[in-house]
Design a protein around this ligand. Structure first.
Ligand code: S3P
Length: 178
């Protein structure tokens, strides 16, 4: 079984995924890291050199690669925050994985993303990085308005992450799976 984690940038997909995979003694895959390995470039470099559409193509190929190589193995897979915004990826995630949506409120996301804007090109608007916390909040809310229904739609389970540690979230997921 592939357990995938979806949710907005900064909700803890990668951190929770690593903890969960060690709890379940199975392999961990991070889709963003796969794309970076395939491209030999960082995600900001891919966005600035090739643009979002090219990134989404690579993301789709990386997802397909992981799914087709899994061969029944148990894997915890952290998706990117925008992976399921593409209909084809959303369908693959819905049909081929047990997807858990890590649902975080805006305050949690602002807190987690405040030190880490530069590595996330989608937080920029028209090429401009948010200039302060209010602009960051605004951008998160704008993207979340377009995405929350998509996250809910692909997920088999939703876990609210506000006020919880990554360990607690991983334990909660493990409880759902057993
Ligand atoms: C993106 C989220 C990022 C990464 C890329 C695009 C998005 O992943 O895939 O920058 O569109 O939300 P994280 O959610 O791991 O930051």
């Amino acid at each position: 079984m592939i357990i995938s984690l979806c949710g907005f940038m900064g909700c803890g997909k990668s951190s929770v995924g690593k903890i969960l995979s060690s709890m379940l003694s199975c392999r961990f895959e991070d889709l963003d890291s796969c794309i970076e390995r395939m491209a030999g470039k960082s995600i900001p470099e891919i966005f600035s050199e090739k643009g979002e559409a090219a990134f989404r193509e690579m993301e789709k190929e990386a997802l397909k690669g992981i799914l087709s190589a899994s061969d029944g193995e148990n894997i915890v897979l952290s998706l990117g925050g925008g992976t399921v915004t593409g209909p084809e990826c959303a369908e693959l995630v819905r049909e081929r994985t047990f997807c858990i949506y890590l649902k975080a409120g805006t305050d949690t996301l602002v807190g987690n993303l405040r030190e880490d804007w530069a590595s996330r090109p989608m937080l920029s608007r028209n090429g401009e990085t948010p200039s302060d916390m209010l602009a960051l909040r605004d951008r998160i809310e704008e993207l979340m308005a377009a995405r929350s229904a998509i996250y809910e739609g692909v997920a088999s389970a939703v876990i609210s992450t506000d006020g919880k540690s990554f360990d607690d979230i991983a334990k909660e997921i493990s409880g759902i799976l057993h």
